[in-house]
Design a protein around this ligand. Sequence first.
Ligand code: B3K
Ligand code: ZN
Length: 853
Amino acid sequence: HNEIRRLDYRPPDWLVPQIGLRFTLGDEHTRVQTKLLVARNPAGDQSETLRLNGDEITPAGVWIDGEVTDAWRMDGPDLLIDLPGDRHEIGIETKLNPAANTKLMGLYASNGMLCTQCEAEGFRRITFFPDRPDVLSKYRVHMEGDKALFPVLLSNGNRVASGELEGGRHWAEWEDPFPKPCYLFALVAGDLVANNDRFTTMSGREVELNIYVRDGDVPKTGHAMQALKDSMAWDERVYGREYDLDLFNIVAVSDFNMGAMENKGLNIFNTRYILADAETATDADFDNVAGVVAHEYFHNWSGNRVTCRDWFQLSLKEGFTVFRDQGFSADHGSAAVKRIEDVKMLRAAQFPEDQGPLAHPVRPDSYIEISNFYTATIYNKGAELIRMFHTVLGAEKFRAGTDLYFERHDGEAATCDDFVKALEDASGVDLSAFKVWYSQAGTPKVAARLEQDGERATLHLTQAVAPTPGQPVKQPMPIPLKTALLAADGSGEIVGERLILLDKAEDQVRIEGVNEPAILSINRGFSAPILLDVQRGAGELEQLAANDTDPFARYEAIQEMMLRVLIAGAEGKNVDPEPVVQAVRNTLQSNALDAWFKGEAILPPSEGIIGDRMMDVDPDAIHVARDALRETLGRELEQELADAQAGGAAGIDLSPNGKGARRLRSVALGLIAAGDPARGAALAKAQFDAADNMTDRQGAMTTLVSLDAPERAEALQAFYHRFKDDALVLDKWFGLQAAAQRSDGVEQVKALLEHPDFTLQNPNRFRAVVGSFGVNQWVFHRATGEGYRLMADMIITVDALNPQVAARQVPVLGRWKRFEPKRAALMRAELERILAAPKLSKDTFEQVSKSLA
Ligand code: B3K
Ligand code: ZN
């Protein structure tokens, strides 16, 4: 398989200013007639040969300027046509079988409807085309099909014509006035019903909004619709960006490889990120729906109006758009908890990536299969990079920079360098040092120490970045650290928050006016995506956990206290847990903190997070240590936790207070059960039975699935019978059990795979079981290696159907070097077995071979 390199970028030889597509639709037989207006690119290398990419398609006919021709040839999957002039019209016909398309890339069938997914390289599975994001075309799309099967016919832009045909057939024609790369093309045909609404833009234009779903699901689209309207208003208010078409359509499909897709004017969503009501969706689901709706909507500017020059620039649109959706969610909920959730996500998904064999920069240098690069590094670390620009420039200059970026590059395919240049030109601030964040992989490790000598305080800082594949030697990175000094007696800030930029391997910062004992509060708000090691005196963390004025730093101090105990415990050392008990008690009893924050702060770090802080990870030791701390907390704080579990709002109030009360309730329940399993089981069953919303119900189940109590089976059965016909809720039923902490966990997962409702074909169902299992550290890493074997079997089996879904599971095996030698050897052996499987996809090959390197 060949490797594509960033530095090999060349402008396209041919451009395609216009494309016409005619689809004659059928589940198993779809005919595609393509007309391309091709024009030689003056900036290209004047080749006579037009290369059109294809993937698992063959031309049924080729025309040049209206004349049928055989002057074409195949080069592997690509179609080559020699052209004498500078402008020609190329006609191509292809035939597709959407029902047989199990990769869910290109045109495929899902539940009787037809839909497309083209990013990154799916368009070439529909027709032959220069499939690269810097070829922008105007699209005209004609589709025709059976009216009973496909009453709704959608594509990008506006519907310009439609009509009836003989034999119960009909047609529609769509035109998108905005030139776009082919990865943003979309088509949907199906029996769908819309929630229809309107939005008036800031300049007074009326936009029609539709969310298309299956009949019966319309009542579950209200939250997504509200989020869409809120997103449109937010992007006007915060970025000055207005929607640009008269119509905005969203379609929800149940078979989808990712969360959603930002196709121009026709977003296509995984049902998981559209459908929500109190009966079936948790608070987290509601938040995810709103966040993903916002993300895809925001792409209309950051991604569509300004797109990427090449796929190495993917974070140009993804990192920036994640940053935008994070801001939207922070403004519509609890900003403090949103920041905690985002950092948790970064630590759970991106830090391990950065420390493993698949580490890559935010702007990668090479890839074999671009689908493998839709990663936490591109998305979440990319967002952190944009956040650092925002922190360094301040909101106003940052906004001036994004205004200039949109103005300069509207209608273009841009690069990460273009983005930074716009920020620099608009702000007058030199950001060149920050570019190393785009090119250098790895998480910087910063050590900090505050030295106090009378009134003189000195902050000693050092940084280092460990080697990553292909980058053995690292440069220092510019690290913006929001820093404050707090009084050691808890009376407040001595030196208010300031921004310190560490841009050398080692530095000292003098801080004046410190006339009493001070405690360092650093990387407040998680101002830089780093690993931090602060040398602290006795009692300092305790003081921060009780009094830090920055909510993130306060959360962090409590978590750090827990990690100290947990890591020591996993190493077989004994550290007194009493200070943690006291910090959790203080947190629970505080009148200054809200319930949502409390729920997050008192939940001990996951086993995965503990492992990431250790060498030669022993999952059994970590599990035992974490259980011991949970048990201690449960026993010692019995009353406080019981109050928290019983208190707060019931029902479906989606305010931060309502969500907070429910979050705290279920976190408290988990700790109560750790202290007293029988009591926990009874309480959980009572919570389950009384629940009038999915958050409380799922929270109760999360505790029950890991217990051996009669209530467990009762609740699981009741849940199944009530929700077995709702695919998204049934995914929860599968996922909860696959995530359960049980010594028979691997057997449980095997049984789930045999369940009649399990299927490998639906990515949501597959991820619910196999994905949840893979991140269930203690169960997946059972010392016998059975978990690894099962995972490898699943990867091999699914790879033959859907390579993208299979390849996503490789990293949990790929991190073998981090584990103790016996497990490491077993994991490695399974990777080798996958690599030896016949007909391995490019996707899985890349992930496995890099993991073995
Ligand atoms: N841009 C899409 C991701 C497509 C992934 C293709 N493998 C979703 C998003 O980030 O908005
Ligand atoms: Zn995106």
